[in-house]
Design a protein around this ligand. Structure first.
Ligand code: DX5
Ligand code: ZN
Length: 322
C-alpha cells in the first residue's frame, strides 16, 4: 500500500544499456512504482533502443508493472510480442500511419492498459476519436527520441486538463502520464496539473545522486503540487487506498458489488468482522477505492440503502422460520 498519489515510472533509457537487468534491479530497489520501457525503431524517432525480446528477458527481474512506450511506426504489427513479453500497459503514438483502434483493442483484449501518446507539436484533439479505447493518455513534454532534454512546461499546461477530459469515460483507473524532463525542479509543476504517472529517466541515473532519494523527492514534490493545485490544499488520496462502502449478507453484497463493478469501478468483497447473520455467516464488507468514494455514494447510495433494508427483512424472515 503506497501513501502517495503520484506514481513514478522509471525510464531505463539513460541506464547502462549493456546491463539493463541491473538497471531494472536498481530502479525497483529505489522504490519506483513501474518500469518505463522506451522502445524506439529508428524510424518513428531518430534513435534505436530495444524491442519485445529484451523486455521479455527483463520481465522475470521484477513483479512491478512494465509500462511500454512504443515510439515505433508499426506497433500493431508486433503487438502480440509486446503482450507476450509481459507488458502491463502499452502506449504508442497517435502520429503513426498504421490503423490505431485494432491495436488499442488488442491491448485491452489481453487485459492490459492501452494508451496513446502525443508529441509536443501534436494537438490533443488528435486523441478524441480514440477516447473510448483509452486507459492512458501520455503527454510528451520533450520531442521523443532521447533522455536528458528540457521539460516543456507550456505543453503540459496546455494539454493536462484536456487529457483528463478524454479519460472521463473511465470512472476509475484512467491515467494521465507525463514523459520528458521530469525531475525535482519540474515535478511540482507537473503535479499541480493533475498528472497521475510521472516518467523519470536521466534524473534517476545522474552520477553521485542517490536514486532512492530522487524517487522519494520527485514523488513528494508531485504530490505537493497536486495538493496545493487542483486539490485545494487537501492531501491527495493514494491511488490504491480502499475504504469500506458497506457491509451486507453475502448474497446481497454480491448484488451491490456487481452493480458497482458494471460501471468500471473495482470492488473488493471480504468477509467482515461485523454482524453474524442467522445463517451463521458474518456480513461481507465491500471495499472501494477511496479516490472515487464520493462518486460511489452518489451513484450507488440508494441501492445501498435499499439492500440494507432488504438485509434486515431477510434476517427477520430467517429468524421467524427457525
Ligand atoms: C524520450 C522517452 C522518455 C525519456 C525520459 O523519448 O520517451 O521516456 O527516457 O527521460 P528524461 O526523464 O531524461 O527526459
Ligand atoms: Zn518514454
Amino acid at each position: 500500500m503506497t501513501a502517495h498519489r503520484a506514481r513514478i515510472a522509471a525510464s531505463i533509457l539513460d541506464a547502462d544499456l549493456g546491463n539493463l537487468g541491473n538497471a531494472v534491479r536498481r530502479v525497483v530497489e529505489a522504490g519506483a512504482d513501474r518500469v518505463h520501457l522506451d522502445v524506439m525503431d529508428a524510424h518513428f524517432v531518430p534513435n534505436l533502443t530495444f524491442g519485445p525480446k529484451t523486455i521479455k528477458a527483463l520481465r522475470p527481474r521484477t513483479t512491478i508493472p512494465f509500462d511500454a512506450h512504443l515510439m515505433v511506426d508499426e506497433p500493431g504489427r508486433y503487438i502480440d510480442e509486446y503482450l507476450d513479453a509481459g507488458c502491463d500497459s502499452i502506449t504508442f503514438h497517435v502520429e503513426i500511419e498504421e490503423p490505431i483502434v485494432p491495436t488499442l483493442e488488442a491491448i485491452r483484449a489481453a487485459g492490459r492498459a492501452a494508451g496513446l501518446a502525443v508529441k509536443p507539436g501534436t494537438p490533443l484533439g488528435a486523441l478524441e476519436p480514440y477516447a473510448d479505447f483509452l486507459d492512458i493518455v501520455l503527454i510528451m513534454t520533450v520531442e521523443p527520441g532521447f533522455g536528458g532534454q528540457t521539460f516543456m512546461a507550456d505543453v503540459l499546461a496546455a494539454k493536462a486538463a484536456g487529457a483528463r477530459r478524454i479519460l472521463d469515460h473511465k470512472l476509475y483507473g484512467g491515467e494521465v502520464h507525463v514523459d520528458g524532463g521530469i525531475n525535482r525542479e519540474t515535478a511540482e509543476f507537473a503535479g499541480s496539473h493533475g498528472v497521475d504517472v510521472f516518467v523519470v529517466g536521466s534524473a534517476l541515473f545522474m552520477k553521485g545522486r542517490d536514486m532512492g532519494r530522487e524517487v522519494r523527492l520527485i514523488r513528494a514534490l508531485a504530490d505537493e503540487g497536486f495538493q496545493y493545485g487542483p486539490n485545494d490544499g487537501r492531501p491527495p488520496i493514494p491511488s490504491d487506498r480502499l475504504t469500506r462502502f458497506t457491509s451486507l449478507p453475502k448474497h446481497l453484497a454480491h448484488r451491490l458489488m456487481d452493480e458497482i463493478e458494471a460501471t468500471g469501478i473495482p470492488v473488493m468483497m471480504l468477509r467482515g468482522e461485523g454482524q453474524v447473520n442467522p445463517d451463521g455467516v458474518r456480513d461481507y464488507d465491500l471495499l472501494i477505492p477511496a479516490s472515487v468514494e464520493d462518486h460511489v455514494i452518489d451513484a450507488h447510495g440508494p441501492s445501498r440503502e435499499r439492500l440494507l433494508a432488504e438485509a434486515d427483512a431477510w434476517r427477520q424472515s430467517y429468524a421467524t422460520k427457525a
